[in-house]
Design a protein around this ligand. Structure first.
Ligand code: ATP
Ligand code: MG
Length: 559
């Protein structure tokens, strides 16, 4: 055995941990506060899990805390259903938030701060249409043009802004903008929008407001109100950072800071909520929790464990540049966890009868089987065994190639936990299809142990033909055929990359009787076939299992 290398070196810090350790060491902050800020416009996906594990993980590591803040500044797309699902998913992942907040809680404060900026001559009401504003913003090469309304007096701006709030104007008629610099090299600094008029009902504030703050204005100010020390977001926001800092500086409020990391991309997966919603709305999947979806609820239904998702998120690190993570890495974390936890059982997906000719008619015995070789405390169970069994159709071959170690006429194999059997003949129907396989058994090989030192290379699984249960089994393949489903030729969309064969339903699988009393989401290893769990559709009368994953990696490119 090789010696284990045990060095007590600290694992290296990611760049955000380095920043935090510096801040704590230099007394910039006494303790840290992070936040997870979902917009409640869809269900959480595995990318959000990365952000959750990062934000909550940092607070746990450094003894700080993490707020859950719903970024609910867009009344049109947001729903209470999403708020509830987000909370459920974070809890399921194993995290507890310190405070539950809503950006909409801060609408009054944000409004007052807008007035502060107007009074400082740093914000103005613009009457241009959105289209005019867009055109006058200029381009990266050319400076923008000042709005003709840019030099309104403070008094006029105060009056107009108040009238905007009071509902005097229609949607789009007026807009509040920060007064920064229309020639700024960063387009986000060219008098960005702060408030728009939207006569829409909000899921929490109802009809109290008809003006709503823009993301850039609301986000940093919300961070500041909660005294967030490290506001972590994804890379695309780095160009927004100067604006984030500008508002905080001009308002002279708590100096939260924004840090950006690369968002998680997974091969064969789309992650934008808009696209996931499209899959749901157009019935390409059965719902947000379809077991093929990369949503947290989809992964849960599929049989993923919180531990496996957390392990995956930690193991991929925190990158500063965009990359694509192989889906196989997520499954690797899953297999590692299920290998420790899932009890082994036997199930036959494509059953064919195996008849043991020399086994006494009408006799039945019970054979002991180990539940989990990785976990002694899981104990053992008794398997019924009799003259007629089911085995997997593809565990028999009429004309086997040389290195075939499963059943063929004249060959001996081990029936897991039972006996050695030797195949003698097959029965066929008039079309030549095999309908049953005959064999003899060696009574001295009970338990699957060799009676005389003779070896058998193959071990196959089986269930008792009488004492077994019917089950529906759902096998999944990747949802998309392309590694990067969003990269498409002109005229096509990611929908064109859907895998038409991502779901295969086996209506008549046979499973051992110990599965009679399972609960939804219970996980098992079906020996030799993979990890499976109990679907929400499963009932005592109609068992339904999902294949969570196969036993071996099927994602990574084989070289
Ligand atoms: P989507 O584009 O999927 O709708 P989003 O960024 O609009 O995602 P939010 O609800 O705004 O979704 O995200 C909440 C938090 O999760 C944000 O801090 C965001 O940066 C982070 N997040 C979203 N997607 C990912 C991802 N793929 N990897 C890491 N973090 C992510
Ligand atoms: Mg968003």
């Amino acid at each position: 055995m090789e010696a284990q290398i045990d060095n007590n070196e600290k694992p290296s810090l990611n760049f955000i941990e380095e920043i935090i350790e510096n801040d704590l060491r230099n007394g910039v902050h006494k303790s840290i506060i992070t936040r997870f800020p979902p917009e409640p416009n869809g269900y959480l996906h595995i990318g959000h899990a990365k952000s959750i594990c990062l934000n909550f993980g940092l607070a746990i590591k450094y003894g700080g805390k993490t707020n859950l803040r719903f970024d609910d500044t867009n009344p049109v797309k947001e729903e209470v259903e999403y708020v509830d699902s987000i909370k459920e998913d974070i809890k399921w992942l194993g995290f507890k938030w310190a405070g539950e907040f809503y950006a909409s809680d801060y609408f009054e404060q944000l409004y007052e701060w807008a007035i502060v900026l107007i009074k400082k001559g740093l914000a103005y009401v613009d009457d241009q249409t959105l289209e005019e504003i867009r055109i006058n913003r200029g381009t990266i090469q050319t400076p923008g043009k000042n709005s003709p309304f840019r030099d309104r007096s403070v008094e006029e701006n105060l009056k107009l802004f108040q009238e905007m709030r009071e509902g005097k104007y229609a949607d789009g008629e007026k807009i509040l903008r920060a007064k920064i610099d229309m020639a700024h090299p960063n387009m986000h600094m060219r008098d960005p929008l702060m408030y728009r008029i939207l006569h829409a009902e909000h899921h929490r504030t109802g009809n109290d407001w008809c003006i709503y703050p823009m993301y850039d204005y609301a986000h940093g100010e919300s961070d500041s109100i909660e005294r967030i020390t490290h506001s972590i977001c994804t890379l695309e926001f780095d160009v927004h950072r100067p604006l984030y800092d500008w508002f905080i500086e001009k308002l002279e409020i708590f100096p939260s800071h924004q840090y950006e990391f690369a968002r998680l991309n997974l091969s064969y997966t789309v992650m934008s909520k808009r696209k996931l919603l499209e899959l749901v709305k157009e019935n390409h999947v059965s719902g947000w929790d379809d077991a093929r979806m990369p949503t947290i609820c989809g992964l849960r239904r599929r049989g993923y464990t919180p531990e496996s998702i957390r392990h995956f998120c930690d193991s991929i690190g925190v990158a500063k540049r965009d990359n694509i993570i192989d889906f196989g890495r997520l499954e690797f974390s899953l297999r590692e966890d299920l290998n420790k936890k899932a009890n082994r059982v036997m199930a036959v997906l494509d059953p064919i009868k195996l008849i043991i000719d020399n086994y006494p008619e009408g006799e039945k015995e019970e054979l002991e089987a180990i539940n989990n070789p990785e976990d002694e405390s899981a104990g053992s169970r008794m398997l019924p065994f009799s003259k007629t069994l089911y085995i997997e159709r593809n565990d028999f071959m009429e004309e086997p190639p040389k290195k075939y170690f499963r059943l063929a006429i004249g060959k001996e194999v081990r029936l897991r936990y039972a006996y050695f059997v030797t195949c003698t003949s097959v029965e066929k129907d008039s079309n030549g299809n095999i309908t049953a396989i005959h064999c003899t058994y060696d009574p001295l090989s009970k338990g699957g142990n060799s009676p005389d030192g003779r070896k058998v290379k193959g071990t196959i699984h089986w269930v008792d033909a009488e004492d077994c249960l019917n089950a529906e089994v759902r096998l999944f393949d990747r949802l998309f055929v392309s590694e990067t489903p969003e990269k498409v030729e002109p005229g096509k969309t990611f929908i064109d990359n859907l895998n038409p064969d991502s779901l295969k339903v086996i209506p008549n699988a046979k499973v051992e009787r110990s599965l009679a009393d399972v609960n939804h989401l219970d996980s098992f290893q079906f020996e030799r076939l993979g990890y499976f769990n109990v679907d929400y559709d499963s009932t005592k009368e109609n068992l339904v299992f999902n294949r969570t994953c196969t036993l071996k990696d099927s994602w990574t490119k084989q070289n």
